[in-house]
Design a protein around this ligand. Structure first.
Ligand code: ADP
Ligand code: MG
Length: 399
């Protein structure tokens, strides 16, 4: 894999695909982690005297419905990212509101070595997610070299992640991955192919159906999988338990039984459940197989915490995706905190990885993010990398 260290960039226009898909609220950046993570690559290019042209997507833009399109264009502007990036770099960052055309070309032509330009949200272009050839061509024309540093988008073969490097490579121009992608690949490779056993996976979150492929793949790689979150109840139901009003995916029951038959899956033995999600009048701990009518499971219970802690303590490699409960609410965060803490206690003794947007957010919220060997910046991308045995289109195209 060619990395940014191998590139000759001085005086060249280097197009960098970043992942600036930051959470925004009323136009304010709520968490700038993704911008911070992109800095090593950007700083190096500035120092080496490249003309640094940055692009990224932000949020989702619906091009089919004109009202939603107008909303998406308003809500998902990258302008606040240019401001924040400029503060972090202590350097001017020019923002191009146009995603292609004369204005953008003229801004690029005016760039001096070491200058930084950020192009407006790639998804403002309808052709971005379709890997449109003409769009890829237009973006490729802006660049003498390309750096892929958007790990969180590497599982998508879009114009900015796939079409552009494909064209540039065919023209004999240099393409490479940046420091962020390199770090992700190096770390995630160790959970794609386990280096040290026992290898434990911890899976939670909402839906079994979202995670089918990764569960399948992990069953081949891991020694054991601990299940938590809402998806546990689909397993419990499939095995004949009573789950009350807990969310169950009825179309996944056969699949859940099949996976359980592997003998590698551990399910919660007890559950914290409540009689209402928003305004509960009763919250209690029950046997997971006997959740009463009218009650919904919202976190793993204390016995399960003890059981999972003892499994975690034995592991040498851990991959964790998906919170154990509704960690956004105080009453249902104990399970997720306990798993964070148990993994944190392995610091220096085991290789621990978190992949998944909400899981990473939970771990940060509870103050354990520095105790993991690696917290991936890509939710979907880290899962797909495991599913595809280490391959992602946006990284393979650089290769
Ligand atoms: P990640 O982003 O880490 O891959 P997911 O998106 O799959 O994780 O799932 C996270 C969501 O799952 C959280 O919003 C959390 O509230 C929810 N969740 C976890 N357990 C439950 C539960 N028992 N009932 C309802 N929602 C749950
Ligand atoms: Mg999520």
């Amino acid at each position: 894999m060619k990395t940014i260290r191998d590139l000759q960039v001085t005086g060249k226009r280097v197009l960098v695909r970043c992942d600036f898909n930051v959470p925004l609220k009323d136009g304010e950046i709520r968490d700038d982690n993704r911008i911070v993570q992109a800095l090593p690559t950007i700083k190096e290019l500035i120092e080496k005297g490249a003309k640094v042209i940055l692009m990224s997507h932000l949020g989702k833009v619906d091009h089919k419905d004109p009202i939603k399109l107008a909303e998406g264009l308003k809500k998902n502007t990258l302008a606040p990212v240019a401001v924040r990036l400029s503060e972090l770099l202590k350097k001017e960052v020019t923002f191009s509101n146009d995603t292609r055309g004369e204005n953008l070309t003229s801004l690029v032509n005016k760039m001096k070595d070491g200058d930084v330009l950020l192009i407006q949200n790639t998804r403002f272009e309808k052709g971005e997610t379709k890997n449109d050839a003409e769009l890829s061509r237009a973006w490729a024309d802006l660049a003498d070299a390309f750096v892929m540093d958007a790990f969180g988008s590497a599982h998508r073969a879009h114009a900015s992640t796939y079409g552009v490097p494909e064209i540039l490579k065919a023209e004999g121009k240099e393409v490479a991955v940046g420091y962020l992608v390199e770090k992700e690949v190096v770390n995630l490779s160790k959970v794609v192919e386990c280096q040290e056993r026992p290898y434990l996976a911890i899976l939670g979150g909402f839906k079994v159906s979202d995670k089918i492929k990764v569960i399948n793949s992990l069953l081949k790689k891991c020694d054991k999988i601990l299940i938590g979150g809402a998806m546990a109840y689909t397993f419990v139901k499939a095995l004949g338990g009573n789950v009350g009003t807990s969310p169950v995916e009825m179309d996944q029951l056969d699949y859940a039984r099949e996976m359980f038959a592997s003998g590698k899956i551990l399910l919660p033995v007890d559950t914290i459940c409540a009689n209402d999600f928003d305004n509960p009048t009763e919250v209690k701990t029950v046997d997971t197989k006997e959740i009463p009518e009218g009650f919904e499971g919202l976190d793993i219970g204390p016995k399960t915490i003890e059981l999972y802690k003892s499994e975690i303590a034995k592991a040498k490699t851990i991959f964790w995706n998906g919170p154990m409960g509704v960690f956004e609410k105080d009453a249902y965060q104990a399970g997720t905190i306990a798993v964070c803490k148990a993994c944190a206690e392995l610091k220096g003794k085991a290789f621990t990885v978190i992949g998944g947007g909400d899981s990473a957010a939970a771990c940060k919220q509870f103050g354990y993010n520095n105790d993991f060997s690696h917290v991936s910046t890509g939710g979907g991308a880290s899962l797909e990398m495991i599913e595809n045995d280490g391959h992602l289109p946006g990284i393979d195209v650089i290769g």
